[in-house]
Design a protein around this ligand. Sequence first.
Ligand code: GUN
Length: 304
Amino acid sequence: MPKVLDGAAIAAGIKQEVAEDVRALAARGIIPGLAAVLVGHVPASEIYVRSKVQACADLGLASDLITPPDSVTTEEMLSLIARLNARDDVDGILIQLPLPAQVDAKTLLDAVDPSKDVDGFHPVNAGRLLAGRPALVPCTPAGVIEILKRSDIPISGRHAVVVGRSDIVGKPVALLLLHQNATVTICHSKTRDLPAITRQADILVAAIGRPGFVTPDMVSAGATLVDVGINRITAREEFDRFFKGNARREAAFEKRGSVVVGDIDPRAFEISGAYTPVPGGVGLLTIAMLMSNTVRAAKMRRGL
Ligand code: GUN
């Protein structure tokens, strides 16, 4: 039977450690603070940001939710970011993506003070990560490493195959695995004979954004599967392809008209050695790592 890598339990452990850190800082009069910027009304973003603000409250961090309208301009956002960079009570700045088309997202992310860049999206932090220097590391990739380490999955010397090359997940997770001494292959849409490469993986990380993209024939028996995807499916045929005969999922689909599936076909989990479920896997680590990064930023900014 494959081992299920339980994101909820691991996230709870990390949050407990962060809460202890926060209490120690509070004893010295320091309350780490997160500024979360949520532009407009993207339903998924509203849910994510609400969870991030709630996590701050749960762990004893301060938070400030700022909600510019959908019509905000790049200039207005730049002046907001300049104010947040200057505020001493703000240790972390999070600009929830996606942003409306009229704002230049790259210009904004480049304007965040790298020492407050708790998403790890600033080129200075990306460069520090590449060079193996202390950096604020993107939350989801950092969560992948925490899951592997805290589940005692060996990384050193293993072949890690990352499918997907985004700036937010694929590239940073590949670098983090490399820093843990894995042999790393990054695959993408132009990769030839993808299944031949993914079958070589001891650790397979899927971060593509396509439901069930990694099928059982692409996985070797016993591999560790890390599924970063969160895709909502509503079509009956698609549901049946992944979950036919699964009574629990069937009930959820009937009730809500949709279910969430990762980038790995759930039937591939059955032949794995260990896997992160969707939901309940990597996704839960993202917020825990954001809290951890915010406390880290608060300490680093004070030279602690
Ligand atoms: N949108 C989707 N994921 C993320 C994330 O990790 N950080 C931010 N800021 N926006 C996102």
